[in-house]
Design a protein around this ligand. Structure first.
Ligand code: HEC
Ligand code: HEC
Ligand code: HEC
Ligand code: HEC
Length: 132
């Protein structure tokens, strides 16, 4: 069978196309660090956070979200994960959510309590999260 000049390029062009798609997609996903030590500026009670282990159990939007123009909680947007304190700092409008400690306890500890009630081994004691 004779392959015309035109057809000869079809397969390599397809391979190149899929290669670019695959590398483009893998570059676009940033899962962040696998292990995080969470710490406020006072640095008194660092908390360990196995990020990757939680990613395997829960969706990103369980913890990450955005803010709408009018200051409400916005939907999770991949690639827009930010430090919690970039919003939850002393200027945040809801007085119960003005620090990493406040949102750490509200998000982390509350879920762990729920998990414990379901018999799952999520730490609820201070030293289960805090390393000193
Ligand atoms: C159980 C909660 C939780 C889940 C689920 C979770 N994350 Fe995170 N992630 C965090 C916390 C907490 C931080 C640290 C934020 C900080 O330092 O203030 C973080 C940090 C990050 C960062 C670094 C942000 C920065 O600017 O330092 C990225 C990127 C990220 N996460 C992506 C993801 C993606 C993608 C998923 C889903 C596949 C995911 N995370 C799931 C809690 C979570
Ligand atoms: C872009 C700004 C922004 C970032 C970054 C952000 N938040 Fe929020 N968060 C908000 C807003 C806005 C609300 C809604 C506050 C309200 O309803 O009073 C909120 C609400 C919350 C609440 C209250 C309960 C709920 O789900 O509504 C918790 C807990 C919380 N955030 C935890 C976190 C954690 C943990 C991180 C970091 C992984 C984080 N937030 C990052 C803006 C942000
Ligand atoms: C939506 C529920 C949920 C949220 C939110 C959550 N966790 Fe967990 N966490 C779990 C569960 C479930 C486990 C038990 C996993 C296991 O060992 O099987 C766990 C386990 C842990 C462990 C022990 C795991 C180990 O390998 O030693 C630490 C430490 C921890 N979480 C810290 C945190 C911190 C810090 C945050 C907030 C930034 C957080 N978690 C947010 C559900 C949650
Ligand atoms: C599920 C995990 C978890 C548990 C359990 C937990 N904490 Fe925390 N705590 C955090 C996270 C996350 C932060 C914010 C990051 C940091 O500074 O450690 C925090 C912050 C703090 C801070 C602020 C530290 C600073 O430098 O501003 C104090 C104080 C604190 N926790 C005390 C406690 C005490 C006391 C207990 C037990 C009654 C406890 N925490 C249990 C996760 C936890």
């Amino acid at each position: 069978m004779q392959i015309t000049n035109q057809k000869r390029y079809v397969i390599p062009v397809f391979i190149l196309f899929f290669f670019l798609m695959a590398t483009g997609l893998s570059l676009a996903v940033n899962n962040g660090p696998e292990e995080i030590i969470l710490q406020t500026s006072t640095g008194t009670k660092p908390a360990r956070f196995p990020h990757k282990k939680h990613q395997a159990m829960f969706k990103c939007e369980e913890c990450h979200h955005t803010m709408t123009a009018d200051g409400k909680k916005g939907p999770y947007v991949p690639g827009q994960e930010k430090k919690c304190e970039s919003c939850h700092n002393k200027d945040f409008k809801n007085p119960e959510l003005t620090s990493l400690k406040a949102v750490g306890h509200a998000r982390c500890k509350e879920c762990h309590k729920k998990m414990e009630a379901q018999g799952k081994p999520a730490p609820t004691k201070c030293l289960g999260c805090h390393i000193k």
